[in-house]
Ligand binder design. Structure first.
Ligand SMILES: CC(C)(COP(=O)(O)OP(=O)(O)OC[C@H]1O[C@@H](n2cnc3c(N)ncnc32)[C@H](O)[C@@H]1OP(=O)(O)O)[C@@H](O)C(=O)NCCC(=O)NCCS
Length: 177
C-alpha cells in the first residue's frame, strides 16, 4: 500500500484533539523522563499537555501537530520560531522543536525523518533559516545526528542538555497538512 502521511494542527477547546494528543504525549513524556531519570505523575503530564494546547493559535509560527500514517496517529511534535533563542545563547532566527515523538510501533521506518522534514519546511516558511534541538540522550541524539544536526558545544541553561543545531537550506516537505 502507498504510504500516506498527514498532519493535524491541534486546536484548543477540541476534546477529540486532546484525546488523540494524550495517547501520544503520555508515553512520550514517560519515555523521556525514564531516559532522564525524572518522574511526573500522569496528572502532571496531562496538565502540561493542556497548557501547551491552550497557547495554540496565539502565534502563527507556533505549531503542535499529530502525524498520521494512512490515517493512524503515529507521532506528535511541538515546534516554533524561538523568540528567546535559549536566553540569548544563539542569535535570532532559529526554529526549535520542544517535543518530538514517534510511537515505538512505527520507529526505524523513516517516519521520524519525514516528520522532521515537514517541521523544518514549516518553520522555514515561518522565517527560520536554522534549527536547534536539545536532544533526548538515548533515542534523540542518534536520531538528530543521523539527520544532520551537530553539537553546538552549548548547553540549555534550564535542563543542561546539549544544544544541537542545523541549517535549513533546502526544506523538503512531501506531505499534506
Ligand atoms: C527519536 C525518534 C523520534 C526517532 O524516530 P524514528 O521514526 O525511529 O526515526 P527514523 O526511522 O526516521 O530514523 C532515522 C535514522 O536515525 C537514527 N536513529 C533513529 N533512532 C535511533 C536509535 N534509537 N538508535 C540509534 N539510531 C537511531 C538511525 O540512523 C535511523 O536510520 P536507520 O533506521 O536507517 O538506521 C523516536 O525514537 C522517539 O520518538 N524516541 C523517543 C522520544 C525522543 O527521543 N524524541 C526526541 C526528543 S529530542
Amino acid at each position: 500500500m502507498e504510504k500516506q502521511i498527514n498532519f493535524l494542527q491541534i486546536k484548543k477547546d477540541n476534546e477529540t484533539h486532546l484525546e488523540m494528543a494524550s495517547k501520544l504525549w503520555m508515553p512520550f513524556v514517560k519515555e523521556v523522563n525514564e531516559h532522564d531519570g525524572t518522574y511526573q505523575s500522569e496528572e502532571q503530564i496531562i496538565d502540561g499537555l493542556k497548557k501547551r494546547i491552550s497557547i495554540q493559535g496565539n502565534r502563527k509560527d507556533m505549531h503542535f501537530e499529530i502525524a498520521f500514517l494512512n490515517g493512524e496517529p503515529f507521532g506528535i511534535a511541538m515546534f516554533a520560531i524561538d523568540l528567546g533563542t535559549v536566553y540569548g545563547l544563539l542569535e535570532k532566527g532559529y526554529g526549535t522543536i520542544m517535543g518530538f515523538y514517534v510511537h515505538p510501533n512505527f520507529r526505524r521506518k523513516g517516519l521520524g525523518t519525514s516528520f522532521s522534514n515537514h517541521i523544518e519546511a514549516t518553520l522555514y516558511s515561518d522565517g527560520a533559516r536554522k534549527m536547534y534541538v536539545c536532544p533526548d540522550p538515548v533515542t534523540g541524539e542518534p536520531f538528530w545526528k543521523a539527520i544532520g544536526y551537530t553539537d553546538s558545544g552549548k548547553f540549555d541553561p534550564d535542563d543542561k542538555k546539549p544544544i544541537y543545531i542545523k541549517e535549513i537550506t533546502n526544506p523538503f516537505d512531501l506531505v499534506n497538512c
